[in-house]
Design a protein. Structure first.
Length: 346
């Protein structure tokens, strides 16, 4: 009997993950709340997961589609594919069914393992491994109910556990599913995410174009120009200063070579699907709400802790806060937010 793997969260990332695992011979339980995925599940039940992208087979259907978290938790390895804004309620939804032999991987994390740990501790839950990827496995979008596109193959990703002493165990547990390598800790992983550089700045610098094109705006087609790339280099430099001050590794690839490739339309056809990924569509897109509140807020808070000046990064975080009316420095996942849990991370 094939092992069952649970995927909790049936948005684009969860559906593409389910398609990938199903294509690789696993029995997948795809689970989400009914209000999140009713149309998608109806379409998938008819046609399978219609997905386009490298290494993905369209039309495969997971072994189980369910709105019941109890059914999903019959699997002992659980992949959580929800946005940071849904992590706390997802952890609470799972908590009554979690036991010591459940191993959980967040894809991606954005320090979400800390959120899960706090919910499980509050509910008195004894769980197994709790780990997270540094970034999403897929660059993907939902095109319509049950149909998805993934622009890039699932390359090797960094993963770390909470506590960090469990990281190698987590790689052993999940390494047969994906290509994973160990990150030193959750904070280092989070700070190395490319989204810290590209998403928030790209949204704020392109608000005029976004307003005109709305849901048809594609950052890596419509927003790529020399000024944006130069801005990314400034942000990249400031991030390196903070990582150096923390004596953490800087392993993210330099942004300019890849951005120059994206800018050269008509060349590098293998990047065309990535160029055409839609979004952001406004100030309340996850490129702001998630990336400002998680990675950028963390970076600014650590810069303050280390006495490192990061004026460009701070300017973008301040602008996002003023435009949206939400103080991301105060409410985000910062060094202060980590509190005593930081001892189990660094």
């Amino acid at each position: 009997m094939k092992e069952r793997i649970a995927v909790v969260g049936a948005g684009a990332a969860g559906a593409v993950t389910a398609a990938w695992l199903t294509g690789n011979g696993y029995d997948v339980i795809l689970c989400d709340r009914k209000e999140q995925c009713e149309e998608d599940f109806a379409a998938i039940a008819r046609k399978g997961i219609v997905v386009e992208g490298p290494g993905l087979i369209p039309g495969l259907c997971p072994a189980v589609l369910t709105y019941s978290i109890a059914d999903a938790m019959e699997a002992k390895r659980v992949l959580v594919c929800v946005s940071s804004g849904r992590q706390e309620e997802t952890a609470a939804w799972m908590a009554p069914w979690v036991c010591a032999d459940h191993n959980i991987l967040l894809m991606p994390g954005n320090l979400g393992t800390v959120v899960f740990h706090r919910v499980f501790r509050r509910e008195g839950v004894n769980h197994g491994l709790l780990a997270e990827m540094a970034e999403c496995l897929w660059a993907c979008r939902r095109m319509e109910p049950g149909r998805y596109v993934s622009a890039m193959p699932p390359g090797q990703k960094r993963a770390a556990a909470f506590p960090s002493s469990d990281t190698l165990k987590a790689l052993d547990c999940f390494g047969d599913l994906f290509s994973l390598t160990a990150g030193a800790n959750l904070v280092e992983n989070c700070l190395n995410s490319p989204n810290i550089l590209t998403h928030l700045s790209g949204t704020l610098l392109n608000l005029g174009g976004i307003e005109q094109k709305k849901e048809n705006f594609a950052l890596f087609t419509d927003g790529i120009n020399d000024a944006y790339i130069r801005c990314l280099e400034l942000l990249e430099e400031e991030r390196s200063w903070v990582l150096n001050a923390l004596e953490m590794e800087w392993y993210a690839a330099p942004v300019r070579p890849f951005m120059n490739m994206l800018k050269e339309r008509g060349t590098y056809p293998e990047l065309e699907a990535f160029r055409n990924l839609s979004g952001p569509d406004g100030l309340h897109h996850r490129y702001i709400t998630e990336d400002a509140g998680c990675g950028v807020a963390l970076l600014v808070s650590l810069a303050e802790k280390c006495g490192v000046e990061v004026p460009v990064t701070e300017a973008f975080l301040t602008l996002a806060s003023r435009l949206t009316g939400k103080d991301y420095r105060r409410t985000g996942r910062t060094w202060e937010w980590l509190g005593n849990d930081a001892m189990d991370i660094c």
